[in-house]
Design a binder for this molecule. Structure first.
Ligand SMILES: NC(=O)c1ccc[n+]([C@@H]2O[C@H](COP(=O)([O-])OP(=O)(O)OC[C@H]3O[C@@H](n4cnc5c(N)ncnc54)[C@H](O)[C@@H]3O)[C@@H](O)[C@H]2O)c1
Length: 499
């Protein structure tokens, strides 16, 4: 028996012993499958799923660490465009062994020892690499938002369906205990019919506003600038654009694609909704006037229609990166019998039910009636509302604290790996789910930049009023009163950059 095979079996035995003793982590217990995934399918000679990370920046490191917290997984290769990150990956993940590293992700896709790739590049590369990886027979974990533009979604879904491979989109919070609990509460009717969902994600610091540190050795020699640009417009090397790509529409998706997408993913998971039909945004570039072309204050309103899964509700999302006031970020799902409020990894359920009788008096028109009319009013009221209809159920607050062991990120990967082993496409956030979350947030941007209401069909996943080419970013048009230079990428979607 090889030593890795022995370690594998030892770990399996240890996991089984933990499960039997009842101390197994809640992550395992919740999913019904141990975090250590049984060997449903032999995917490699040493029974490990061999992964490669494409894009080993901030989230690439976090994703890789989370993936590796599942003990049947091994990192075999890394692609990144900045040499420093390839070097760092070797020391961070492969101190005592070899790790294949390359600037060219296509070298990863041709390797037969790679079972799954993690696509953790800037947003404008997601669709290209994902499609190429699926075509190459790899399973794919792709970061959110799944695509950079709405018109890229169907190609990813088609490639996934055709490939038969497993794909997970990376809004990992839906794999948290809190979101699982929220779904249970909503589906059990604990807050009645949902009518409003709100969330704000305010910040006031440079890092929070995406001005990440730029390494002093960044140059056109130490990184592959041309490949970074991909299908974005050609321009001379600029380290700021490479390391702070979120600030530019050519590569990123603004606050909507970066932050709203997590919440909308959670909402769709909890409510079983397919998405909104009407999307409107407004905002401004108020403070971070550092060359970025995306707003730092944005509010979006989305109308969700009544469906078999839920009543109609409105969702309002806000980001203010220049909030120098007291920041109170809240996410609330509000129904007609209560609300769920998320805080960190926990949630508070508040239940409140109105009595049948409406009441009278206090701040009411009752005192403006004449004495005889008041008497007649009371007589009729007493006849209509017996005492039992006047009592409100006492308001109730129930707090749910996630278990300390809750690890949503590792669990999101566990779900992916479980499906890879099973040869199944049934992940918790497959590309259809991922696109139904991505498209409305991308529509938030379209609404903001083009000052229009976006009409979206969440069932067929089509936009009812796509921009006319002349109104598309990058195509000559009257300059709307919005900050930011137009991004040419969406207008003329080019094929995968063949570099
Ligand atoms: N799920 C989450 O909570 C979460 C959190 C942060 C970021 N993200 C997502 O992760 C992705 C990466 O974000 P980040 O903050 O890590 O960015 P980053 O800039 O820190 O890292 C991106 C890396 O991708 C590399 N890269 C760019 N193009 C490439 C290509 N064609 N081939 C190979 N490597 C390439 C760059 O060299 C860079 O090192 C984004 O899509 C972002 O939205 C998700």
């Amino acid at each position: 028996m090889t030593s890795s095979r022995r370690t594998f079996l030892q770990k399996l035995t240890a996991a089984s012993a933990l499960a039997a003793s009842g101390t197994v982590s809640s992550v395992m217990a919740r999913s019904g499958a141990p975090a250590y995934i049984p060997n449903l399918k032999k995917v490699s000679p040493n029974d490990k799923i061999r992964i490669a990370t494409i894009g080993m920046g901030i989230q690439g490191n976090y994703d890789t660490m989370a993936a590796l917290r599942n003990p049947d997984v091994e990192l075999v290769a890394v692609a990144d465009l900045y040499d420093g990150r390839l070097e760092h990956a070797k020391t961070a993940f492969a101190k005592d062994r070899d790790l294949f590293t390359t600037r060219d992700y296509r070298e990863i896709l041709t390797r037969s020892d790679v079972d799954a790739v993690l696509v953790v590049t800037p947003d404008h590369w997601h669709d290209h690499i994902t499609i190429a990886a699926l075509k190459a027979g790899k399973n794919v974990y792709c970061e959110k938002p799944m695509v950079h533009h709405i018109n890229e979604g169907k190609a990813v879904i088609d490639a996934w369906k055709k490939s038969g491979k497993t794909m997970q989109v990376g809004s990992q919070r839906i794999s948290s205990a809190a979101f699982q609990e929220a779904k249970r509460l909503v589906q059990a009717g604990e807050i009645g019919a949902i009518n409003y969902i709100e969330s704000n994600n305010d910040r006031f610091n440079a890092i929070g506003a995406w001005n990440y540190s730029v390494p002093p050795d960044a140059s056109a020699q130490t990184l592959d600038w041309d490949r970074f640009l991909g299908d974005a417009p050609k321009r001379p090397f600029e380290a700021k654009r490479f390391f702070r790509w979120r600030n530019y529409r050519d590569y990123g998706t603004g606050v909507a694609g970066d932050l709203f997408v997590h919440l909308i993913t959670g909402v769709h998971f909890v409510t079983n909704s397919l998405g909104p039909t009407r999307i409107y945004s407004s905002g401004n570039l108020a403070f971070w006037k550092d060359g970025r072309d995306v707003p730092d204050v944005m509010t979006s309103v989305m109308d969700y229609p009544k469906t078999d899964a839920h009543e109609a509700f409105q969702m309002v999302l806000r980001v203010n990166f220049a909030n120098a006031g007291k920041i109170q970020n809240v996410t609330r799902i509000i129904g007609n019998e209560g609300q769920i409020e998320f805080s960190e990894n926990n949630l508070i359920l508040t239940k409140k039910k109105l009595p049948i009788a409406p009441g009278y008096g206090n701040y009411d028109s009752f005192f403006t009636f004449t004495e005889p009319v008041q008497q007649e009013f009371v007589r009729q009221y007493d006849a209509q509302y017996p005492p039992e209809t006047r009592k409100a159920e006492p308001a109730k607050e129930v707090r749910f604290d996630s278990p300390k062991t809750d690890d949503a990120h590792a669990q999101h990967f566990a779900d992916f790996f479980k499906n890879v082993r099973a040869g199944s496409q049934g992940t918790i956030e497959d590309p259809v789910f991922g696109f139904r979350a991505a498209a409305p947030v991308l529509a938030c941007n379209e609404s903001y930049f083009e000052q229009k209401v976006v009409h979206w069909d969440p069932v067929t996943m089509t936009q009812k009023n796509p921009s006319a080419p002349a109104a598309r970013p990058g195509v000559a048009r009257p300059n709307v009163a919005r900050p930011g230079a137009p991004s040419p990428k969406a207008a003329a979607k080019k094929p995968v950059a063949k570099r």
